[in-house]
Design a protein around this ligand. Sequence first.
Ligand code: AMP
Ligand code: TRP
Length: 334
Amino acid sequence: MNQKKLAFSGVQPTGNLHLGNYLGALKKFVSLQNEMDCIYCVVDLHAITVFQKPSELHDNVLETTASFLATGLNPDKSIIFNQSSVSGHTELAWILNCVSRIGWLNRMTQFKDKAGSDKEKASVGLYIYPNLMAADILLYKATHVPVGDDQKQHLELSRDIAQKFNNDFNCKDFFPLPEPLISKSISRVMSLRDGTKKMSKSEESDYSRINLKDSADEINKKIKKAKSDSEPIPDDIKLLEKKPEALNLLTIYSELSKTDLKKIISEMSGKEYSFLKTKLAEALIEEIVPVSEEIKKLLSDKSHLKRILKKGSEKANVIAEENLKNIREKVGLI
Ligand code: AMP
Ligand code: TRP
């Protein structure tokens, strides 16, 4: 069946949006606006699967909204809203809790990582979080989901849930199977301190990441301190694979300068890492500082941000309610 293309994605309002979110997700969100209808959601209900201080959560929802706008999302083109303001997300999540299988959730590696060694103490919400994510996507019958590589497994689960719903309720093609859109050139930005770990909001050291709110000074300091290698840059990508921090810096530079990684490596081979770092810091400052300044400007008018979320929620709710009507009917709910 020919389904209308629709992109959906979500970002958790847990503070410190960083270069990984930007290159892995937000930039793609912006470019998709010219290709299809887009819905972008600040997923506050996902955030509370791990305890959030209420006042911080409130501020982080607005900050994530400001970051969406500052990177180029346009509320006249895309629907921008916060998850908890459209109650259809939780209603569909419940229905999907009854479609999804415990065995499927038990395979989710992000739960294992986030719950840590004492799984008994993790919230039930953290465990069923991927079902809520499937509900986010399927509520709008989204066909495309731009995300970073770490969300691939959750997306596969969403497809399995959609497929099982279509089979169980005998409605082939009712939910489209959502397609992940994951960048090939930079699916995972790594920590500046440890190239085997992804850049993350929750990593303790701020030196591990470039935040979208960083100043030129902070970017310069962080790149100077970033782990690299004592030997000059090699000319062989195979050698670089054994030096994940160095490869990460080169990959980020290649992405920012829109130049193929192989070309960057051949241009830089034989040079010291300080040379790459100077160029990389310049490129980052050019790209991130305008975003950072825009975020600060937008945050000075919180009621404007709230108005954008409210308008977005109203638009999202119309689509959600229409789809939910059909979903309830399929399930046999009156
Ligand atoms: P989160 O901050 O976990 O809500 O993630 C928001 C989006 O950014 C998701 O699509 C993630 O896959 C993506 N993302 C988060 N961290 C990284 C990273 N280090 N590299 C690439 N993409 C990332
Ligand atoms: N789980 C995603 C993350 O942690 C956020 C998310 C929630 C999401 N719902 C979504 C992403 C729906 C894409 C589509 O990054």
